[in-house]
Design a protein. Structure first.
Length: 99
């Protein structure tokens, strides 16, 4: 009985991880409303991706963790006031990012 429970638990866990791993997201289409109201882990992952994306555009290879957290907070605050724009546009406006 314990082995069966273990096997079922392992299969459920592997299925959950494999399903999550196959998810793709087009960040350019995510609205602030979706970003703010979505799963916290997914929102943080998107925020980290955005940080890397814009750092890459500026050829910046340094990751300042405290500044990244501050920037995430700025974007989230901006998004709360502008729910219908995309999170990428919100990032540009909130942080003054240019290409």
């Amino acid at each position: 009985m314990k082995i069966t429970n273990f096997v079922v638990g392992a299969l459920v866990t592997l299925t959950a991880f494999s399903t999550r791993a196959q998810t793709t997201v087009d960040v350019a289409k995510i609205s602030c409303r979706q970003f703010i109201s979505d799963d916290i882990a997914l929102s943080k992952s998107i925020a980290v991706w955005l940080s890397g994306y814009y750092s890459g555009l500026q050829h910046n290879t340094v990751v300042d963790m405290s500044r990244m957290e501050q920037n995430i907070d700025k974007v989230e605050d901006f998004c709360r006031l502008n729910m219908d724009i995309t999170v990428m546009d919100a990032t540009k406006k909130a942080l003054g990012v240019s290409k």
